[in-house]
Ligand binder design. Sequence first.
Ligand code: C2O
Ligand code: CU
Length: 473
Amino acid sequence: MRSPQAFFSRRSLLKGAGASLLALGARPALAATPDAGFTTLRARKASAQLLPEAEPATEVWAYEGMVPGPILRVPQGKSVKALLRNELDQDTSIHWHGIRIDNAMDGVVGLTQNGVKPGEDFAYEFTAPDAGTYWYHPHNRSWEQVARGLYGVLIVEESDPPQVERDIALVVDDWRLNEAGAIDEASMGSLHDRAHAGRLGNVLTLNGADIWEQPVRSGERIRLRLISTANARIMRLRLEEHNPWLIALDGQPVTPSPLAGGEIRLAPGQRADLMIDMELDPGSSAAISEVSAQGRLVAGHFLYHESEVVRSQPLDAPIALPAGKLPERTDTQGALEVPLLMEGGAMGGLTGAVYKGELLGIQELARNHGMAWAFNGIAGRTPEPLFEVEKGRPVVLRMVNETSWPHGIHIHGHHAQVFAPGEATPWRDTHLLDPQEEVAVAFVADNPGKWMIHCHMLEHQAAGMGTWFHVKG
Ligand code: C2O
Ligand code: CU
């Protein structure tokens, strides 16, 4: 097997030189507008060229057979209508990650809906209240279904977006493939991955391509919507030779700030919107690389047109997004305080936890149930919520990572901001905690229903790091 720790090394590092500007697949965008009816998303088996052309294609599971799946675009405040058709051999669903959605449409099998059985359909219809960059993926055996390629991008458009020449969604993923170029099934769901970092891949793709190539012209301004759909790897993407500005995180606008070193760190599920002025000379090429593993892996290029120049001075127009709907600061007066203690994993010293109402030792948890982690001493989702809160009440969730591993904690149905009194911190739906880190986040529980809180390292979620809360209303 290829080592999951280091990326596949046979790939060419500078394929960009001399590449044609023609083969640069623009992905089709499907409009999900109210009067266009439902967009069909068939979850099915397909073949994708994840490796370089000379290597075999990979059998994947994908929406409409595409990796990533179709890009859905909808104007802010309008409804998204998507018809999921399950052409797989196991149950599935669609979760609309980051959308402050109607609970019935949240897609969590066993909590907000039943699994959609093979051969069956499910119609998702909901309003997207916030503009920004979101994504969709199954919420049933997501550690397997996302790893096999089931995910797509949902863009909710501002009515008055900043002016750009190109608006590009860029999905980063890592895959664990075997020597034959197939999804490595032998290690799927392995206890080792579940108790360590999760399933790390050995092949990196941008928009499903081994090397992603984007034609540009000197002087263009580009909005780049980065989305990490990795099961477990914390990506560090570097936009080389440019000076990108960060304008949104997890869909929500932030005060624009320059990206130090052109680098952004994305936990699984997180997004970042960047503004980039293409300041190099005609004919140049610049790399997009991933630097989380040892060394620098070139994953794509901006390829400048030989002669065309759009403007010679950077565009003199604001890059900030229109303000979002969430306030600058959460009013935490009267907040419900909730501790969330994260324990377990390899080198974690967890001795036992409650599983399905029974206190079990760590050996039994791991061997008999595949559990390796606990929230507040409990492994896995329980029939009772972690907490209940009346609609409209603020919540301060005090997360403490007592493990030796990082975790990206995702809250459904709400965005939360790091609780720092007096400061306006970014609103995120997924917060990354490094080992031994403590982070308190605050939000107003204004969306009634049953909402998950879980680690988005999908093997961790499957191995115990998943709970839920109830907003009564
Ligand atoms: Cu992106 Cu509960 O998931
Ligand atoms: Cu985790």
